[in-house]
Design a binder for this molecule. Structure first.
Ligand SMILES: CC(C)(COP(=O)(O)OP(=O)(O)OC[C@H]1O[C@@H](n2cnc3c(N)ncnc32)[C@H](O)[C@@H]1OP(=O)(O)O)[C@@H](O)C(=O)NCCC(=O)NCCS
Length: 221
């Protein structure tokens, strides 16, 4: 199991932090974090429920990580294993995560697929999301997987959708002309775009698009 104790910096002040696997005792806080992270118009049915979280810690506990800052739960990240075929990259979030229940988790899968990453608004821009991502990269390396993969929301796209296609919006982000709250974050975490997928998730702000983004295990190339 995973446990990392370190310091994050709030301005210039080091604050103790822990990244560890989440357990049933964290469920109430995890659901609260989801509510804070995905306010309307995001559909509330997509927030975690108890049964989904129970599946995460039962089927693939290695992929159920949370971060505590000064003893307070500040964010989480969840994954499952799937067999990804790069020649057939298209899928929806619902298909690839069994609607967040991860009942399709394949212990022999070659890819750690990200179901969700969320950091409580009051704890944003402190590097916590990046720490969670790098911890999940540790899991990829530890398990000898080929890659980490996930569909990033593009919540800034609705602001540009009258001028740009989703692909053009992604290009503009990669060129540094536009910043997106999620895609730019994922690029800064070392993830690289694979493909834009239409109808990836019921997500108005992203006009229902997602961008598949991967991180390849550097020991497997
Ligand atoms: C996306 C999210 C997890 C980022 O968490 P965070 O802890 O604030 O991110 P970090 O502080 O680790 O940021 C890492 C890097 O991304 C950049 N970044 C973070 N948020 C950003 C934003 N809104 N716009 C542009 N860049 C951003 C940071 O500047 C930082 O860059 P650096 O490493 O070069 O300094 C958080 O905003 C969140 O929970 N959002 C809502 C839930 C969501 O949409 N999750 C994604 C599901 S696909």
């Amino acid at each position: 199991m995973y446990r990392k104790e370190f310091y994050v910096f709030d301005q210039d002040k080091p604050v103790p932090a822990i990244i560890r696997n989440y357990t049933e005792e964290d469920f109430t806080n995890l659901i609260q974090i989801q509510q804070e992270c995905f306010p309307p118009p995001f559909p509330s049915e997509l927030w975690w429920n108890h049964e989904q979280l129970k599946n995460h810690i039962t089927l693939f506990p290695e992929g159920a990580l949370c971060i505590e800052v000064d003893g307070e739960l500040a964010g989480s990240m969840t994954g499952l294993l799937v067999n990804f075929d790069p020649t057939h990259p298209d899928h929806t979030w619902e298909e690839v995560t069994a609607n967040g229940y991860i009942t399709n988790h394949d212990p022999k899968g070659n890819t750690l697929y990200v179901v969700d990453i969320s950091v409580r608004p009051a704890f944003r821009k402190l590097g916590l999301g990046k720490w969670l991502m790098s911890s999940m990269y540790d899991v990829v390396v530890h398990l000898g997987l080929d890659r980490l993969l996930g569909g990033g929301r593009m919540p800034g796209y609705h602001l540009k959708s009258s001028e740009l296609t989703a692909e053009q919006y992604l290009d503009a982000i990669v060129k540094g002309e536009v910043k997106d709250p999620v895609i730019t974050f994922l690029l800064r975490c070392g993830r690289t775009p694979v493909k834009v997928v239409a109808n990836y998730l019921d997500d108005e702000e992203s006009c229902h698009y997602g961008t598949l983004m991967e991180w390849k295990n550097p020991f497997k190339i």
